[in-house]
Design a protein around this ligand. Structure first.
Ligand SMILES: [Zn+2]
Length: 121
């Protein structure tokens, strides 16, 4: 089970909406143990292709737990390219599908297995 702060997920929804129809990509972090509560926006992380993420520009920070990106379509299923990025960038990954509401976010483990996502205040 993955927990995410509602405010953080709302920021993700907003960023995904403003980037649409391009993909929004960022890193997610946890300042409070066990809860995703931080969004780390990297330079040049908006585009049509997930491979544009500049992991090399990520701060060296062990509060970073993984990545988040948006899908302009209705499916939040990770692609083959997504799975390769998951392996390189942490253990927890979020995908948010159109229409980018709190309910359209899904969480995945590094191996692509879906994890239950709980939104907390
Ligand atoms: Zn994707």
């Amino acid at each position: 089970m993955i927990k995410i702060k509602k405010q953080t997920l709302e920021s993700i929804c907003e960023a995904a909406r403003s980037t649409y129809p391009d993909e929004f990509i960022a890193l997610i972090g946890s300042k409070r143990y066990g809860v995703i509560d931080d969004l780390i926006i990297l330079p040049a992380t908006f585009g049509k292709n997930f491979s544009s993420i500049r992991i090399d520009l990520a701060p060296v920070d062990d509060s970073i737990v993984g990545s988040v990106h948006s899908h302009p379509g209705k499916s939040a299923q990770p692609s083959g390219a997504d799975l390769r990025v998951f392996k390189r960038t942490g253990k927890t990954h979020l995908i948010i599908a159109h229409p980018f509401s709190l309910e359209s976010a899904r969480a995945f483990a590094r191996n692509g297995e879906e994890l239950e996502l709980e939104v907390i205040e």
